[in-house]
Design a binder for this molecule. Structure first.
Ligand code: ADP
Length: 230
């Protein structure tokens, strides 16, 4: 099964991606996380992406498409994967369609987390992330048990460089102008809109309710870990 998780910055995509990935046993692939790893490693791609990400714009389609194609060719993606933050432009959506067809994947299931725009800036500026396991916290709604450190591995949490109010505002503008129109591309596919202004566990229940019948129908491998899922 191929899942696409859409939603504005701060809609909770990363949190749900982790839960869905655990539940279905498929990798959650975040192009944002991959680009941040490239920056950390000082690669040519990372150097090209750094200033664009710092300003809240989008990295070029060619670079991101190539990175994504390479990632989904890894063995762990052979039985499906979830994409968080990709596609973000119509060109990326068209590229993905060709890629899925070439690799004989089924048509993707689209989950759109919809959150009112006025809630997003506060959510993002209070967001913290574990740089080791990538788990996401929110100082207002989902704080770690011990202030400043990850519940799972004790790593000190970080604030993403692009979670300042100025850059957040630009990322939301980019989403509205460039990425929101991509949703129209998927309207006649398996498209599900989900209200993202509720608790993460409630949203996850709704997502499992949507995916359960599809998982059984497709016979996709699903490690039935629902009760224990994080
Ligand atoms: P968010 O969804 O919260 O904005 P991400 O981690 O998904 O955060 O993305 C961070 C940044 O990485 C984006 O603002 C953009 O600059 C870059 N990026 C991530 N995915 C893509 C993509 N598919 N196409 C172009 N740029 C991307």
């Amino acid at each position: 099964m191929v899942l696409l998780l859409f939603g504005p910055p701060g809609s909770g995509k990363g949190t749900q991606a982790g839960k869905i990935s655990n539940w279905l046993g498929i990798p959650a692939i975040s192009t944002g996380d991959m680009l941040r790893e490239e920056i950390k490693a000082g690669t040519a791609l990372g150097n090209a992406a750094q200033s664009i990400m710092a300003s809240g714009g989008l990295v070029g389609d060619d670079l991101v498409n190539r990175m994504l194609a390479h990632r989904v060719s890894a063995p762990d993606s052979a039985h499906g994967f979830l994409l968080d933050g990709y596609p973000r432009t119509v060109e990326q959506a068209e590229f993905l369609d060709r890629l899925l067809e070439k690799n004989q994947f089924q048509t993707p299931v689209v989950l759109h987390l919809d959150v009112p725009m006025d809630a997003l800036v506060g959510r993002l500026t209070s967001r913290r992330q574990c740089p080791t396991c990538k788990r996401i916290y929110n100082l207002l709604q989902l704080p770690p048990r011990n202030p400043g450190v990850c519940d799972d591995d004790g790593t000190p949490l970080i604030t993403r460089k692009d979670d300042t109010e100025e850059v957040v505002t630009e990322r939301i503008r980019t989403y509205d102008e460039v990425t929101r129109p991509v949703l129209a591309y998927y309207q006649d596919r398996q498209y599900h809109q989900i209200r993202g202004d509720r608790s993460p566990s409630y949203i996850f229940e709704e997502i499992t309710g949507i995916l359960d019948p599809l998982v059984s129908k497709n016979g996709a491998s699903c490690c039935v870990k629902r009760n224990g899922a994080k």
